[in-house]
Design a binder for this molecule. Structure first.
Ligand SMILES: Cc1cc2nc3c(=O)[nH]c(=O)nc-3n(C[C@H](O)[C@H](O)[C@H](O)COP(=O)(O)OP(=O)(O)OC[C@H]3O[C@@H](n4cnc5c(N)ncnc54)[C@H](O)[C@@H]3O)c2cc1C
Length: 308
């Protein structure tokens, strides 16, 4: 209920203005967002890559403006060139949201998003790294998976995301578990209808385990994106049961969430990747993070109350 309200607020212009104009919220935003520009992102990538892998995400989504989609491509080309210059290509990749690259444009959205993402994949290949395509709400799943399939013809290392809360995902895991396939499995962050998604937490967790079984027993490279330590234990167990070496799968967590657990997993020699968002368009991402933990919301409401 609360989570649904925050996800709705993430799309409200009024709430956005209120949140963006409240300086007291800045420390909470800074916990989840690396900074507003590429220099901040590269600095954090250097710090984290001492013991972890990194994914950089240039924040932005839901554009209906072709010029803005073009600017997003340029932002990714810039950060990828910096990764190459700084020798970080082997430790850091990028994640993109297709809705920031034109997917939702009313005419030829899929084609424009594919062409734009292809240009980012070319820049990533030149920098010696890869691209993972984030997954957004369920109305975009077919389009996103279609675009990923097309990208993989020339860039087989392109990763994609499957969301365990969707009822279709176990079947998608089987489809995508082929050789070399990089799949990030997460629970899912959007407010989805019961017709498409499990809404009960225990059902989502059970689906996550079923999907993990498919991915760990497949021939691809599973990327286990969760902060849920029970699921992390199960993933390790399933990987061992499937006879997987430690370099054939990885764990992923978000910047600012459970950093000690990240360090512990990395310290045990497991592959641990941190998803690091940066940029000025942090509002929708931030609101989704607030909804994931009641304590985050308490800090947020206290800061808003002090503003008054
Ligand atoms: C690397 C990565 C990439 C992702 N990419 C996508 C994507 O492309 N599409 C998509 O829909 N979703 C994505 N997500 C978000 C994901 O779907 C979940 O919404 C989010 O990870 C919370 O689920 P959880 O698995 O951590 O489990 P939960 O049950 O939500 O959390 C388990 C525990 O982790 C801690 N925790 C979790 N979230 C937070 C938080 N925000 N703040 C503080 N503590 C927290 C809490 O202690 C909580 O009890 C991604 C997540 C990760 C880690």
């Amino acid at each position: 209920m609360l989570r649904s309200a925050l996800i709705a607020a993430s799309r409200s212009a009024g709430c956005r203005t209120l949140v963006e104009r409240t300086p007291l919220l800045r420390p909470i935003v800074d916990r989840f967002v690396a900074g507003s520009d590429v220099d901040a992102a590269i600095r954090i990538a250097h710090e984290l890559s001492r013991d972890r892998l990194v994914t950089l995400d240039h924040l932005g989504e839901d554009t209906l403006d072709r010029g803005q989609a073009e600017q997003t491509v340029e932002a990714y080309r810039t950060v990828l060139a910096r990764l190459a210059d700084e020798g970080l290509g082997g430790r850091a990749e990028v994640s993109v949201k297709l809705s920031a690259l034109g997917q939702a444009l009313p005419v030829d959205g899929d084609k424009i998003a594919l062409d734009n993402t292809r240009r980012i994949c070319e820049a990533a290949a030149a920098a010696g790294t890869t691209v993972t395509v984030d997954m957004e709400d369920h109305t975009t799943t077919d389009s996103t998976l279609g675009i990923v399939r097309a990208l993989r013809v020339d860039f087989p290392g392109t990763g994609t995301v499957l969301q365990a809360y969707l009822k279709r995902t176990e079947a998608d895991c089987a489809d995508f578990a082929g050789p070399g396939s990089r799949i990030r499995l997460c629970k899912g962050a959007y407010d989805e209808p019961a017709s498409a998604a499990y809404r009960d937490r225990s059902e989502v967790d059970a689906s996550y385990v079923r999907c993990l079984k498919v991915l760990m027993n497949g021939q691809g490279y599973p990327m286990v994106a969760t902060h849920d330590t029970r699921l992390i234990d199960i993933a390790e167990h399933l990987a061992a049961e499937a006879g997987r070496a430690r370099d054939t799968y990885e764990f992923q967590m978000l910047y600012g969430v459970r950093p000690q657990v990240q360090e512990q997993l990395a310290g045990r020699g497991l592959r641990m990747r941190v998803y690091v968002p940066y940029g000025t368009e942090w509002y929708p991402y931030f609101m989704r993070r607030l909804g994931e933990r009641p304590a985050n919301l308490t800090f947020f409401l206290q800061a808003l109350a002090r503003r008054g």
